[in-house]
Design a protein around this ligand. Structure first.
Ligand SMILES: Cc1cc2nc3c(=O)[nH]c(=O)nc-3n(C[C@H](O)[C@H](O)[C@H](O)COP(=O)(O)OP(=O)(O)OC[C@H]3O[C@@H](n4cnc5c(N)ncnc54)[C@H](O)[C@@H]3O)c2cc1C
Length: 522
């Protein structure tokens, strides 16, 4: 094979060196090490939405913290298998002590349960019924085809906010629903389709596994950070097969020769502008692992099928942004707090925004004892603060922490954040979601387009949106490719799965007048 730096003839081009792309390449090579593969990655690093960076901590030292994916849970089998294989250690998320929540404008309350419980006894009761109801509804909406659910008729076009307004009396319970939407997707309940919300929970095994800490999605952190998973995969695949700082701009299929031409250009790592001359790779198969909306920036010949393009175009990324603050001491623990703080932002603080900044906060003191707090901004708050400077964002966050844990929180060592919405190769965080009403097209998210296959966490059916989902999708895409290129290397079940991937339904099922909003009640 020629050096990927000049373009070459290969068997497979993988677009994107996040967990999905690296897993795809690794699976292909595991089954046939002779396959010629190149991974083309727009950034100057591997890992995509896994990003582990050094931050100053106590004693003038530096430790590594996750600014992208961080936690893993006991049912995230795909990522746990990789962690075990790479002999990485996990450590439980610290959650001992009193927890804090703010569901109204001013008051900050304490709670003891794993998930926050809200407001007055009446609101508490309604909240409990809400959780049970969501759990039951989630079981009915599968991620592989949300529209096939018996609930689709009632929920098409319904946002999480509309659902809450129709079924919840207490403001606290409605506020909690908004928090769930922001915490999980970085999106206000008013923008989050109910059908997607439920399907996403189903893909995680339920509402509790998705939102909880212990034995749930945020059960454990990975010592040294999750980007190690991507870096170790890259090592296994071979760095010589990864072309960094190059963005794929076109994928052209020739139906006669069954060859695919992949065109990419160099990216200026500082400005993210596409600058270089075209490089061309000819291959038999392409696997695209970019977030869906970024996929539609690539020119496809022939064009993507209408339903698929429509779906991808309308998939917006969330606005969940992450901050990290390090301290000399664990001030919150000294006062008996676990460090967990779940807030609707409360009153606006020192920076001109409609509310305070904080959505969620956790103690991420390192196993070596360096005190640190990680937190998120989500939905409207993160959009407002995105327009401010890092210094202004930091000031607002620190004042939010002061409000929760006391004035000692002003004595921090370092404040860092990552605004994923400003990153053109992510476009937001943590994952994409489909617009209300686009669910008839959802099964097309995974459908191959000729010899072009699609992976990425957004295409997963298990733990969609998470690292585990990204890995699952990479394994699936690799099987699809092998089923065509090396059929002798796939099992009968894998061959059938690859065949079925092309035979998706994804049609309009409902007549508009059949859509009934709010038939279900709590
Ligand atoms: C702040 C944050 C917190 C999160 N927390 C968790 C968590 O605690 N636990 C968990 O499991 N998951 C979490 N996630 C989600 C997890 O990070 C993602 O699900 C997963 O990493 C996605 O992997 P991927 O390979 O599908 O996509 P990506 O990692 O986005 O990889 C796609 C790659 O494609 C590249 N690319 C884009 N366009 C082009 C182009 N035109 N040409 C070439 N390359 C291109 C991108 O640069 C990127 O590297 C979090 C994500 C974020 C951002």
């Amino acid at each position: 094979m020629e050096s990927p730096g000049r373009g070459a003839d290969v068997d497979v081009v993988v677009v994107g060196a996040g967990l999905a792309g690296l897993t795809t390449a690794r699976e292909l090579l595991k089954r046939d090490e002779a396959l010629k593969i190149v991974i083309i990655e727009a950034r100057d690093r591997v890992g995509g939405r896994t990003l582990t960076l050094p931050v100053k901590v106590k004693g003038g030292k530096v430790e590594y913290f996750d600014f992208g994916a961080q936690w893993v849970g006991p049912t995230q089998h795909h990522v746990l298998k990789l962690i075990e294989e790479f002999k990485l250690k996990t450590h439980p998320q610290f959650c001992e002590g009193t927890k804090l929540m703010q569901m109204t404008r001013g008051e900050i309350q304490t709670y003891e349960a794993d998930l926050p419980t809200v407001g007055s006894p009446w609101a508490y009761d309604e909240h409990k019924r809400l959780m049970q109801k969501l759990e039951k509804m989630a079981q009915m909406v599968r991620m592989d085809d949300p529209y096939a659910s018996p609930l689709a008729l009632q929920l098409t076009g319904v946002t999480v906010k509309v659902f809450g307004d129709l079924h919840l009396q207490s403001r606290a319970a409605r506020s909690y629903l908004d928090q769930m939407s922001k915490g999980c997707f970085g999106v206000d309940a008013a923008s989050m389709p109910m059908l997607f919300f439920l399907a996403y929970a189903n893909a995680a095994g339920g509402v509790e596994p998705l939102f909880g800490l212990k034995d749930a999605a945020q059960d454990c952190g990975v010592q040294g950070g999750t980007q190690q998973l991507s870096k170790r995969l890259a090592l296994l695949v071979g760095h010589e097969k990864i072309l960094l700082s190059h963005a794929v701009v076109a994928v052209r299929q020739d139906s006669e020769s069954r060859n695919v031409l992949v065109e990419c250009r160099q990216v200026d790592d500082k400005t993210n502008e596409i600058v270089g001359d075209l490089k061309r790779f000819t291959c038999k198969k392409v696997v695209i692992t970019t977030p869906p909306r970024l996929t539609t920036k690539i020119t496809f010949t022939p064009e993507l099928p209408v339903l698929k393009k429509e779906l991808y175009d309308n998939m917006r990324m969330g606005h969940l942004y992450k901050f990290l603050v390090t301290y000399e001491q664990r001030h919150w623990c000294n006062k008996g707090f676990s460090g967990e703080y779940f807030s609707n932002g409360g009153h606006k603080l020192n920076v001109e925004c409609s509310t305070g900044p904080i959505l969620e906060v956790y103690d991420v003191t390192t196993p070596t004892g360096a005190p640190a707090i990680v937190g998120f901004l989500g939905g409207r708050q993160s959009l407002e603060l995105r327009q401010k400077s890092k210094q202004e964002r930091g000031m607002a966050v620190i004042e939010g922490l002061v409000l929760a844990f006391g004035p000692e929180m002003r004595a921090y060592i370092a404040y860092e954040d990552k605004m994923w919405g400003d990153d053109p190769w992510a476009g937001g965080c943590p994952c994409a979601y489909a617009a209300p009403g686009d669910y008839h097209a959802w099964p097309h998210i995974r459908t191959p387009h000729g010899d072009v296959h699609f992976a990425g966490t957004e295409t997963a059916t298990v733990w969609m949106g998470y690292m585990s989902g990204a890995i699952q999708s990479g394994e699936r895409a690799a099987c699809e490719v092998l089923a065509d290129l090396r059929p002798q290397l796939v099992s009968q079940a894998e061959a059938l799965q690859a065949r079925d991937a092309r035979n998706v339904r994804g049609q309009f099922l409902l007549e508009p007048e059949d859509v009934v909003i709010g038939k279900s009640s709590l």
